[in-house]
Design a protein around this ligand. Structure first.
Ligand code: HEC
Length: 92
Protein backbone atom coordinates (compact mmCIF):
# COMPACT_ATOMS: atom_id res chain seq x y z
CA UNK A 1 0.00 0.00 0.00
CA UNK A 2 2.70 2.44 1.02
CA UNK A 3 4.63 1.45 -2.06
CA UNK A 4 1.66 2.27 -4.28
CA UNK A 5 1.33 5.67 -2.70
CA UNK A 6 5.01 6.38 -3.25
CA UNK A 7 4.90 5.32 -6.87
CA UNK A 8 1.89 7.53 -7.41
CA UNK A 9 3.59 10.45 -5.70
CA UNK A 10 6.71 10.21 -7.82
CA UNK A 11 4.65 9.74 -10.97
CA UNK A 12 2.59 12.83 -10.34
CA UNK A 13 5.78 14.82 -9.73
CA UNK A 14 7.02 13.82 -13.15
CA UNK A 15 3.71 14.66 -14.76
CA UNK A 16 3.33 18.04 -13.09
CA UNK A 17 6.92 18.97 -13.92
CA UNK A 18 6.08 18.40 -17.56
CA UNK A 19 2.71 20.07 -17.86
CA UNK A 20 2.53 22.78 -15.28
CA UNK A 21 2.94 26.28 -16.66
CA UNK A 22 6.00 27.59 -14.89
CA UNK A 23 6.15 31.12 -13.58
CA UNK A 24 9.27 32.71 -15.04
CA UNK A 25 8.82 35.93 -13.06
CA UNK A 26 8.85 34.07 -9.79
CA UNK A 27 11.85 32.16 -11.11
CA UNK A 28 13.70 35.38 -11.89
CA UNK A 29 13.26 36.51 -8.33
CA UNK A 30 14.57 33.19 -7.01
CA UNK A 31 17.61 33.30 -9.27
CA UNK A 32 18.35 36.97 -8.55
CA UNK A 33 18.14 36.38 -4.84
CA UNK A 34 20.05 33.11 -4.61
CA UNK A 35 22.17 32.36 -7.60
CA UNK A 36 24.69 35.13 -8.09
CA UNK A 37 27.13 34.13 -5.39
CA UNK A 38 29.30 31.80 -7.46
CA UNK A 39 28.54 32.85 -11.02
CA UNK A 40 26.63 35.63 -12.67
CA UNK A 41 24.38 35.29 -15.69
CA UNK A 42 27.32 35.25 -18.11
CA UNK A 43 27.75 31.56 -17.34
CA UNK A 44 24.39 30.86 -19.02
CA UNK A 45 25.50 32.29 -22.35
CA UNK A 46 29.21 31.37 -22.35
CA UNK A 47 30.40 29.86 -25.65
CA UNK A 48 30.71 26.23 -24.56
CA UNK A 49 28.01 26.22 -21.96
CA UNK A 50 27.23 22.93 -20.29
CA UNK A 51 23.45 22.94 -20.58
CA UNK A 52 22.06 22.13 -24.02
CA UNK A 53 18.64 20.60 -23.29
CA UNK A 54 15.66 21.52 -21.15
CA UNK A 55 15.93 18.45 -18.92
CA UNK A 56 19.63 19.23 -18.60
CA UNK A 57 18.80 22.77 -17.51
CA UNK A 58 16.38 21.47 -14.94
CA UNK A 59 18.97 19.05 -13.61
CA UNK A 60 21.67 21.72 -13.36
CA UNK A 61 19.37 24.15 -11.56
CA UNK A 62 18.56 21.38 -9.09
CA UNK A 63 22.25 20.58 -8.67
CA UNK A 64 23.23 24.19 -7.94
CA UNK A 65 20.23 24.69 -5.71
CA UNK A 66 21.20 21.64 -3.67
CA UNK A 67 24.77 22.87 -3.41
CA UNK A 68 23.32 25.93 -1.74
CA UNK A 69 21.17 23.80 0.55
CA UNK A 70 18.06 25.75 -0.43
CA UNK A 71 15.56 22.83 -0.44
CA UNK A 72 13.51 24.32 -3.24
CA UNK A 73 10.27 22.64 -4.26
CA UNK A 74 10.01 21.16 -7.74
CA UNK A 75 7.89 24.15 -8.60
CA UNK A 76 10.73 26.53 -7.69
CA UNK A 77 13.16 24.58 -9.85
CA UNK A 78 10.59 24.70 -12.68
CA UNK A 79 10.18 28.44 -12.30
CA UNK A 80 13.90 29.15 -12.13
CA UNK A 81 14.50 26.93 -15.17
CA UNK A 82 11.72 28.70 -17.06
CA UNK A 83 13.26 32.07 -16.32
CA UNK A 84 16.77 30.97 -17.35
CA UNK A 85 15.42 29.42 -20.51
CA UNK A 86 13.34 32.44 -21.44
CA UNK A 87 16.10 34.90 -20.73
CA UNK A 88 19.25 33.02 -21.73
CA UNK A 89 19.06 29.47 -23.04
CA UNK A 90 16.06 29.67 -25.38
CA UNK A 91 15.84 25.89 -25.69
CA UNK A 92 12.74 24.01 -26.72
C1 HEC B 1 28.10 27.18 -4.65
C2 HEC B 1 28.36 27.90 -5.88
C3 HEC B 1 27.18 28.01 -6.86
C4 HEC B 1 25.98 28.61 -6.62
C5 HEC B 1 25.55 29.37 -5.38
C6 HEC B 1 25.19 28.42 -7.82
N1 HEC B 1 25.90 27.77 -8.76
FE1 HEC B 1 25.29 27.33 -10.66
N2 HEC B 1 27.13 26.60 -11.08
C7 HEC B 1 28.15 26.43 -10.17
C8 HEC B 1 29.25 25.73 -10.80
C9 HEC B 1 30.56 25.34 -10.13
C10 HEC B 1 28.82 25.47 -12.14
C11 HEC B 1 29.56 24.68 -13.19
C12 HEC B 1 30.63 25.46 -13.79
C13 HEC B 1 31.43 24.58 -14.72
O1 HEC B 1 31.37 23.34 -14.63
O2 HEC B 1 32.09 25.16 -15.55
C14 HEC B 1 27.50 26.06 -12.29
C15 HEC B 1 26.78 26.04 -13.46
C16 HEC B 1 25.45 26.42 -13.58
C17 HEC B 1 24.65 26.30 -14.76
C18 HEC B 1 25.10 25.75 -16.10
C19 HEC B 1 25.82 26.78 -16.92
C20 HEC B 1 26.12 26.27 -18.30
O3 HEC B 1 27.28 26.10 -18.64
O4 HEC B 1 25.16 26.05 -19.10
C21 HEC B 1 23.40 26.72 -14.44
C22 HEC B 1 22.18 26.76 -15.33
C23 HEC B 1 23.43 27.13 -13.06
N3 HEC B 1 24.69 26.95 -12.56
C24 HEC B 1 22.34 27.59 -12.37
C25 HEC B 1 22.38 28.01 -11.04
C26 HEC B 1 21.22 28.42 -10.31
C27 HEC B 1 19.81 28.46 -10.84
C28 HEC B 1 21.65 28.77 -9.06
C29 HEC B 1 20.79 29.21 -7.88
C30 HEC B 1 19.94 28.18 -7.35
C31 HEC B 1 23.08 28.57 -9.02
N4 HEC B 1 23.48 28.11 -10.24
C32 HEC B 1 23.88 28.85 -7.93
C33 HEC B 1 28.18 26.87 -8.87
C34 HEC B 1 27.14 27.50 -8.21
Amino acid sequence: MLKTVMIFASLSTVISAGTQAADADAGKELVDNNCVRCHNSEIYTRPNRMVTTLPGLHKQVRRCEQMLGLTWFDEDVDNASAHLNEQFYKLR
